[in-house]
Design a protein around this ligand. Structure first.
Ligand code: COA
Ligand code: AMP
Length: 630
C-alpha cells in the first residue's frame, strides 16, 4: 500500500476522497502552485458536519448511537443517536446563526468533557465557522493569548469542570481571560452545570439552557475544501502557542481513511479515545474520525484511576462493547501502578476489545508489554502530533499487522515520506540518530499553515530543512524501516501526554520579582513520562527563605499556565551552568537529573557549577545514581 501511494500520491488520495460526500467535486487533488505551501482538493465544496451527522441519519444510522457520554465524576451516562446528535447540533448552530455567526468567524470553545463540547464543535462546522477548542486545564492567561490570536466572535464555555475531588470554576477563568485579552468577543454562551452555576454578565453572556432550546435548526453551509475547520493551539518553543490550522476536505479524507486502514475500525462499532477534546486526539478521534465513518464515539469524563478505581477502563470497555481503544501510555502506567497484577480485570469481560492504541508520548516497552499481557490484544504504539492531525507512523492493523518492535511506532504510513537528516540536511545512515522530517507535501489532513501566519509556518517548520517539514522530534529509522522517536529537538516536554513548553514556564518564572534567571527542564517521571523541574537564581540582596519563594513560583506557574503543567518542583540555585557564550546547558542538566551518562561540554564556562546542580537535583530526589561525565 505504501508503494502504491509513493507511485501515485494524487491517485491514492483521489481514491480515498470517495469516502466522503462532496457538494462540489474538487477541481484538482493537490495544489502545489504556492510552494512550499500546499493545499489538498482545491475547488471542492463540502461540509464536515454533514459528513459526520446528516448523511448517516439519511443513510440508515439515524437510530444508532453516535455519542455515549460516560462521566464517573458526576455519575452521569447519556446516549445520543445520530438523529439526536444531528438535531442538537443543528439547533445550536441555528442559535449561533441568529446571533450573527457566519462562515469564517472564529468561535472559542473552552469546555470540560461534556457532550455540549462536541455539539459546539460540530455546530461551528455546520456553519463553516472555525472553532478553536482550548483545553480546560489551561489558566486564564493561556486562554487570553488564544483569544488575542484567534479573535473569536463568540466563546462557548461551561460553568465548571469536574476533577476528582474538586470542581473547577471555568467562568471566573473565562471572565479573567476576556479582561486580560486586548481583543473582546461579542458574546459568550455558557452551559450551566448543576454542580456550580456561573454568574452571567448581562448582554454579553447567554445561558445555553435558556436561549438555545427551541431555536430553528440551521442547515449545513457549503465551504471550500481548503477553508479552515478549526484552529488548535499547541505549545511551541516560546510562551506563544502556535495556531495549527485544519482544513475541511483533506481532514475528512485523511481521518476516514485512517479509521479504516490504521485503526481497523468499521461503521457501527464503538471507538473510544480516552483523551480530552482540548487535545488533537480529542478532535480527531473523539469527535471527527468516529463520526465520519458512522461509528459510535465515547466521551469519558473521568480518569484511568481514582474514578473510582483502576478498573474504570475495563468497565467502560465492557459496558459499551468497545472494539478499539486509544489512550496515552501514561494512563496505562497509572493503572499498572494502582493494580500491578491487573486483579480488577477479573471483574470485567473485555473480550470485545480488538486493539489498543497508544500515542501522545513515547510508549516505554515495559508499559506496552504489561498492557499486552493484561488486555491480550495487539497494543499498537503510533506516532503523530497536533500538526499532522493523524498518525504519521503506525502499525496499520486495518491492513496488516506487522511484527511489533518495542520502542518503535512501526513504519511511515501512506501520505508521509519520513526521513532522518543531519544538521547539514543530509540523510543519515539507517540506525543513526538525527532530526525526523517529512518530505513535502505533507499528507491531506496535516496542517496547511498556522492561523494567519504563513511566514511563521515556514519559519517554524519548513525553513531549517528546505523541502521538508521539521517534526521537532529526533530519532532514527532501522534497516526494516521502523521508526524510533527518541526525544524532542526543542524545549517541548510531554507531561502525562500533555504537550508543554519549558520555555513558556521559564517566561512565567522570570516574572517573579525575586528571580534573576531561571531554567526549566523535563525530567523523567515514572508515571507522567516527564515532569518539569525548575531552577532559579535569585536577584542579589533577596533575603527571604528559599522555600517561601519556591512555593510562590509553583503557584505562579499554576495560575499563569494551569494545573496541567504539573509544575511542582523548583529549586533555588546559586548559578546556572552555561557555555562561554551564555547558553544555559539545559540538555546536560536533564541528563544529570535522569542519571544518564553525560559529557562535559567543551564550551562550558565553569564546570564546578554542574556539580552544584547535581547536588541540588539529588536534594530533590533526582540524579540518584550519578553516572558522571563521560
Ligand atoms: N480542567 C481543569 N484542571 C484539569 C483538567 C481540566 N480539564 N485536566 C487536568 N487538570 C488538572 C488536574 O486536576 C491536576 O490538578 P492538581 O495538580 O490539582 O492535581 C493537574 O491538572 C494535572 O492533571 P493530570 O495530568 O490529569 O494529572 P493527574 O495527576 O490528576 O492524573 C493521570 C494522572 C496519569 C491519571 C492523568 O494524567 C491521565 O489520565 N493521563 C492521560 C492523559 C491523556 O489522556 N492525554 C491525552 C493525550 S492522548
Ligand atoms: P502533541 O502535538 O501533543 O500530539 O504531541 C506531539 C509530540 O508528542 C510528538 O512530536 C512527539 O514528541 C510526542 N509523541 C507523540 N506520540 C509519540 C509516540 N508514539 N512515540 C514517541 N513520541 C510521541
Amino acid at each position: 500500500m505504501y508503494a502504491r501511494w509513493q507511485a501515485d500520491p494524487e491517485g491514492f488520495w483521489a481514491e480515498a476522497a470517495k469516502a466522503i460526500d462532496w457538494i462540489e467535486a474538487p477541481k484538482a487533488i493537490l495544489d502545489d502552485s504556492r510552494k512550499p505551501l500546499y493545499s489538498w482538493f482545491p475547488g471542492g465544496k463540502v461540509n464536515t458536519a454533514w459528513n459526520c451527522l446528516d448523511r448517516h441519519v439519511e443513510g440508515g444510522r439515524a437510530d444508532q448511537d453516535a455519542l455515549i457520554y460516560d462521566s464517573p465524576v458526576t455519575g452521569t451516562k447519556t446516549r445520543y443517536t445520530y438523529r439526536e446528535l444531528r438535531d442538537k447540533v443543528a439547533e445550536l448552530a441555528g442559535w449561533l446563526r441568529d446571533r450573527g455567526v457566519v462562515a469564517g468567524d472564529r468561535v472559542i470553545v473552552y469546555m470540560p468533557m461534556v457532550p455540549e463540547a462536541l455539539f459546539a464543535m460540530l455546530a461551528c462546522a455546520r456553519l463553516g465557522a472555525i472553532h478553536s477548542v482550548v483545553f480546560g486545564g489551561f489558566a486564564a492567561k493561556e486562554l487570553a493569548t488564544r483569544i488575542n490570536d484567534a479573535k473569536p466572535k463568540a466563546i462557548i464555555s461551561a460553568s465548571c469542570g469536574v476533577e476528582p475531588g474538586r470542581t473547577v470554576a471555568y467562568k471566573p477563568l473565562l471572565d479573567e481571560a476576556i479582561e486580560l485579552a486586548s481583543f473582546k468577543p461579542e458574546f459568550t454562551l455558557i452551559w450551566q452545570r448543576p454542580m456550580l452555576a456561573a454568574s452571567l454578565v448581562e448582554g454579553r453572556d447567554f445561558d445555553w439552557g435558556k436561549v438555545v432550546p427551541g431555536t430553528a435548526p440551521a442547515d449545513c453551509v457549503p465551504v471550500a475544501s481548503t477553508d479552515p475547520l478549526y484552529v488548535l493551539y499547541t505549545s511551541g518553543t516560546t510562551g506563544i502557542p502556535k495556531g495549527v490550522v485544519r482544513d475541511n476536505a483533506g481532514h475528512m479524507v485523511a481521518l476516514a481513511w485512517s479509521m479504516k486502514n490504521i485503526y481497523g475500525a468499521a461503521p457501527g462499532e464503538v471507538f473510544w479515545a480516552a483523551s480530552d477534546v482540548g487535545w488533537v486526539v480529542g478532535h480527531s478521534y473523539i469527535t471527527y474520525g468516529p463520526l465520519l465513518i458512522g461509528a459510535t464515539t465515547i466521551l469519558y469524563e473521568g480518569k484511568p484511576v481514582g474514578t473510582p478505581d483502576a478498573g474504570a477502563f475495563w468497565r467502560v470497555i465492557e459496558e459499551y462493547n468497545v472494539r478499539t481503544q486509544f489512550c496515552a501510555p501514561t494512563a496505562f502506567r497509572a493503572i499498572k501502578k494502582e493494580d500491578p497484577e491487573g486483579k480488577l480485570l477479573a471483574d470485567y469481560d473485555i473480550s470485545c476489545l480488538r486493539t489498543l492504541f497508544l500515542a501522545g508520548e513515547r510508549a516505554d516497552p515495559d508499559t506496552i508489554q504489561w498492557a499486552e499481557d493484561k488486555v491480550k490484544v495487539p497494543v499498537i504504539d503510533h506516532w503523530w502530533q497536533t500538526e499532522s492531525g493523524w498518525p504519521m507512523a503506525a502499525n496499520m492493523v486495518g491492513v496488516e499487522l506487522l511484527p511489533v518492535k518495542y520502542g518503535s511506532p512501526t513504519c511511515a504510513v501512506p501520505g508521509y515520506d519520513i526521513r532522518v537528516l543531519d544538521n547539514d540536511n543530509n540523510e543519515v545512515k539507517r540506525g543513526d540518530i538525527g532530526s525526523i522530517v517529512v518530505k513535502l507535501p505533507l499528507a491531506p489532513g496535516a496542517l496547511p499553515t498556522l492561523w494567519q501566519n504563513d511566514d511563521g509556518f515556514i519559519r517554524s517548520y519548513l525553513q531549517d530543512f528546505p523541502g521538508y517539514y521539521k517534526t521537532g522530534d529526533a530519532g532514527y529509522i532501522d534497516e526494516d524501516g521502523y521508526i524510533y522517536v527518541m526525544s524532542r529537538t526543542d524545549d517541548i516536554i510531554n507531561v502525562a501526554g500533555h504537550r508543554l513548553s519549558t520555555g513558556g514556564m521559564e517566561e512565567v518564572l522570570s516574572y517573579h520579582p525575586d528571580v534573576a534567571e531561571c531554567a526549566v527542564i523535563g525530567a523523567a517521571d515514572q508515571l507522567k513520562g516527564q515532569v518539569p523541574v525548575g531552577f532559579v537564581v535569585l536577584k542579589a540582596g533577596v533575603n527571604r527563605p528559599d522555600e517561601e519563594i519556591e512555593k510562590e513560583l509553583v503557584r505562579l506557574v499554576r495560575d499563569k499556565i494551569g494545573p496541567v503543567a504539573a509544575f511542582k518542583t523548583v529549586t533555588v540555585v546559586k548559578r546556572l551552568p552555561k557555555t562561554r557564550s551564555g547558553k544555559i546547558l539545559r540538555g546536560t542538566m536533564r541528563k544529570i537529573a535522569d542519571s544518564e551518562q553525560w559529557s562535559m561540554p567543551a564550551t562550558i564556562d565553569d564546570p564546578i557549577i554542574l556539580d552544584e546542580i547535581a547536588e541540588s537535583l539529588r536534594n530533590i530526589g533526582y540524579a540518584k545514581s550519578e553516572k558522571g561525565a563521560a
